[in-house]
Structures are given as structure tokens and as C-alpha cells.
Design a protein around this ligand. Structure first.
Ligand SMILES: *Cc1c(COP(=O)(O)O)cnc(C)c1O
Length: 229
């Protein structure tokens, strides 16, 4: 498993998809999802130039954050579910949270963000797969959540995120993303700080980039298969 090689292959794949779907070069950023992977794997990716890392278990994210403070410019993105008793450590350590889907969590993260840190960048998680998914708010309740997040002083709304249920082919993947991309474009047109549509994983990069993704979250294609999910 050569992380440097994998990173450059994923980078080339993203660049090729940007061309294919008339997206600007460099408009899709790569979040390396390092959950369950050891510190050495993160160091290897960092050495190869990767700066954005995603974790989705609180304890693991916080431990990795404190073990890797020597990596200048590293950016930590939390992409997992958040229980309210875990919000404080996330507010104290993370640069981004992609999984805002409850008012209570949004309020706590803002209250608990230390004053000497920049605002916490957040994405609102949208459920675009109906009953198949437990996380994320409906598109109907998006306007209300957007106003709430914008009213909280220590959060900076950056965009939307989704984890769709797997679909067998690309046309179906794109159909599921369509209403989300539409909602994102409307939101971004009214607020210049909104620049992130966090969609696309190892299995649906193409559909996500065709649908306007600006940040793909890739684990397996960089770090190899995980022993557990
Ligand atoms: C694990 C995970 C990913 C990465 O998935 P891969 O299939 O390994 O690329 C992306 N997003 C979220 C929210 C995840 O939990």
C-alpha cells in the first residue's frame, strides 16, 4: 500500500473528472479520510502534500489531533455523528465539522468554541436518501437550519454535505444528487462564504464531481480497505 502513489492517482482522477465535466481545474478539493488508520499513514500522506484530513470517531479524531500538532498547516475535518456530550472536544480541536444536523449540536459547538480560535467551519448535513438514512435534515427544513447556523457567532457556514445510500449506477447517483446541488447553488449565490459542497466518496467520485462537488471525501482509495467501518 503506497499512500503517495494512491494520492497522486486520486489527484489525477479528480483532475480528469474536472475536465470531463467542465469544472474549473482545482475546484474540487480532496479530504483524505483517515479513520481507523494509524498516525504513520497520516504522516505519509502529509509528506506527500496532503493537508485536509477527515475523521469520524470523536475519540480517535481528538487523539490524532493532539499527536500530530507538529504537522504545520494540517486541517482537521470531523465527518461523523456527534453526540452532545462529545461536542466540547470537537469545538476545541477541529477546523471543520461536516455533520451539522441538529439545532442543539450547532448551538453547543458555537458556545464551546474557544474565543482564541477562528470560527468553526461547518456544513449542514442533508438527508437525500429518505428513510434509508438516519442522519441529515430534509431539504425542506434547510432554510430554517441555515438561518440558525448563520445566527451563531462562533460558527461559519461553508456549505452542505451528504452521504447518499449506495446506488448501482452513475445515472442514479446523479439523480439523487440533483436536488442537493440545486439547493447548494441557491445558497452559494446569496452568500460568498458558502463555497463547499461536500459529496463524493471512493465509490461515486464521478457522479459527485459531475454534480458540483467541491470537496470529495476519500478513504479507501488512499489508505486501503479498513478492517472495520
Ligand atoms: C468513511 C467515510 C468516507 C470515505 O469512504 P471511502 O469509501 O473509504 O472513500 C467518506 N465520508 C464519510 C462520512 C465517511 O464516514
Amino acid at each position: 500500500m503506497n499512500i503517495e502513489t494512491n494520492l497522486s492517482l486520486v489527484g489525477e482522477q479528480i483532475a480528469q473528472l474536472e475536465r470531463q465535466y467542465q469544472r474549473n481545474a482545482g475546484s474540487v478539493r480532496l479530504l483524505a479520510v483517515s479513520k481507523t488508520k494509524p498516525l504513520e499513514a497520516i504522516r505519509a500522506a502529509y509528506q506527500a502534500g496532503q493537508r485536509l484530513f477527515g475523521e469520524n470517531y470523536v475519540q480517535e479524531a481528538v487523539e490524532k489531533h493532539s499527536a500530530l500538532t507538529d504537522l504545520v498547516g494540517i486541517e482537521w475535518h470531523f465527518i461523523g455523528p456527534i453526540q452532545s456530550n462529545k461536542s466540547r472536544v470537537i469545538a476545541q480541536t477541529m477546523d471543520w465539522v461536516h455533520t451539522i444536523d441538529r439545532e442543539k449540536i450547532a448551538r453547543r459547538l458555537s458556545e464551546q468554541r474557544p474565543d482564541d480560535m477562528p470560527k468553526l467551519n461547518v456544513c449542514i448535513q442533508v438527508n437525500i436518501s429518505g428513510e434509508e438514512s438516519k442522519s441529515g435534515i430534509s431539504l425542506e427544513s434547510l432554510p430554517e437550519m441555515v438561518s440558525l447556523v448563520k445566527s451563531l457567532p462562533n460558527l461559519q457556514l461553508r456549505g452542505l454535505m451528504a452521504i447518499p445510500a449506495p446506488q448501482e449506477d452513475e445515472a442514479k447517483q446523479m439523480a439523487v444528487y440533483r436536488p442537493l446541488s440545486q439547493a447548494y447553488l441557491e445558497l452559494a449565490s446569496s452568500d460568498s462564504m458558502i463555497d463547499t459542497l461536500s459529496i463524493g466518496m471512493s465509490g461515486d467520485l464521478s457522479a459527485a464531481i459531475a454534480s458540483g462537488s467541491t470537496m470529495v471525501r476519500v478513504g479507501t482509495a488512499i489508505f486501503g480497505a479498513r478492517d472495520y467501518i
